[in-house]
Design a binder for this molecule. Structure first.
Ligand code: NAD
Ligand code: ZN
Length: 345
């Protein structure tokens, strides 16, 4: 089968021919119907694969949809052949205290037991077939189109989880700042608009992305630069926003975010761009909470599927064939993708 694999750290991946995988005990085999490309894949290529000792070559892709075509011993009775599913990505042991509470994304044993997500240590979805280690990760998508649905597994799940953390701070008089209206950010804008009465202020460096922000309901959308601080202060009567979501996480956006967060506000740094925040008395607004969430829970994923089925999340996608997948990664790296790039084998 064909698969887009990272062969060497620091380089872009390549499309290769690899053996078709066979499900072992407990595993499920899916025929991929769609795979979303996330900016985290760029971080994987640049440094994550080395830092986390990912076995290379490794097939990329942690946003995956497919049809169940086979299952190994023990998994067969748990799944339905031919079912359309999406794959919950942050795999865990299922038994530790965090997993027991549903926070499999924060599994206490995953590192020690070398349990890794698809495309992030385990072969991922940028291929014709993929192995899923446990049946519980296969979440039914019903009639949703796999291309439109696949970004729900991360581009929607991650901002949904972050928003659930901060939702009670977002009432009718509140403001939410969304920095970076890319794959995750353009879903965040829609989630905040649908699930809270707050005003949404979107910032990006690209006019195309700002245009998308306006189309999907942002109340304000302007360039992410030093003047943006004054604009946010003007909108918020000099107080700052109750919640700031940073979907970039580079030093520039971290430096902006702290100046836009209100006293007792929430500063949600979701992007993994390598920036660092100076936190503490005199550095952050009084009693401001700083979060760096990772992905979301399986419960959250069922919630975002339900929101999508009721038309509350409309993901803007750019569709590519597997043959054009490497080119799509180049476009993502260059900031040219509007919404989410999705591969269809
Ligand atoms: P993306 O490339 O689709 O979107 C990034 C957006 O940020 C683009 O619209 C880009 O124009 C904009 N941008 C770039 N520089 C900016 C700046 N200085 N100010 C404002 N906007 C700027 O990326 P994505 O797939 O949406 O991922 C966003 C970030 O979140 C990445 O760092 C990714 O690795 C990370 N991520 C984190 C998690 C998590 O669990 N914490 C999960 C998924 C992705
Ligand atoms: Zn991701």
């Amino acid at each position: 089968m064909r698969a887009i694999q990272l062969l060497e750290p620091g380089k872009f991946p390549e499309l290769r021919d690899v053996p078709e995988p066979k499900p072992g005990p407990g595993q499920v085999l899916i025929k991929i119907t769609a795979a979303g490309l996330c900016h985290s894949d760029i971080a994987v290529m640049e440094h994550y694969a080395v830092e986390n000792n990912y076995p290379l070559p490794m097939t990329l892709g942690h946003e995956c949809c497919g049809v169940i075509v086979d299952a190994g011993e023990g998994a067969k009775p748990l799944v339905t052949m031919g079912e359309n599913v999406m794959i919950y990505g942050p795999w865990g042991c299922g038994r530790c205290e965090e997993c027991a509470e549903g926070y499999e994304n924060y599994c206490l044993n995953a590192v020690r037991m070398n349990i890794t997500p698809p495309g992030l240590g385990h072969d991922g979805g940028c291929a014709e077939y993929m192995l899923v280690d446990r049946a519980r990760y296969c979440v039914p998508i019903g009639d949703l189109d796999p291309v439109a649905a696949v970004p729900l597994t991360d581009a929607a799940l991650t901002p949904y989880h972050a928003l659930m953390h901060s939702r009670e701070k977002l009432d009718a008089n509140s403001n939410a700042v969304v920095i970076g209206v890319g794959g995750l950010g353009h879903v965040a804008v829609q989630l905040i608009k649908h699930l809270t009465p707050a005003t949404v202020i979107a910032l990006d460096v690209s006019e195309k992305h700002l245009q998308l922000a306006r189309e999907i309901g942002a109340d304000y959308a302007f360039k992410s630069n030093d003047e943006a601080v004054k604009s946010v202060q003007d909108i918020t009567k000099g107080l700052g926003a109750e919640v700031v979501f940073d979907f970039v996480g580079i030093q520039k956006t971290i430096d902006l975010g702290v100046k836009m967060t209100k006293v007792r506000g929430d500063w949600n740094i979701v992007g993994i761009g390598g920036g660092a925040a100076k936190v503490g008395f005199g550095n952050t607004p009084f009693e401001c909470s700083v979060f760096s969430p990772y992905w979301g829970t399986r419960r959250d994923l069922y919630d975002v599927v339900s929101l999508a089925q009721r038309g509350m999340i409309k993901i803007h996608t750019e569709k590519y064939s597997l043959d054009d997948g490497v080119e799509a990664y180049h476009r993502l790296h260059e900031g040219k993708v509007v919404g989410r790039a999705v591969l269809v084998p």
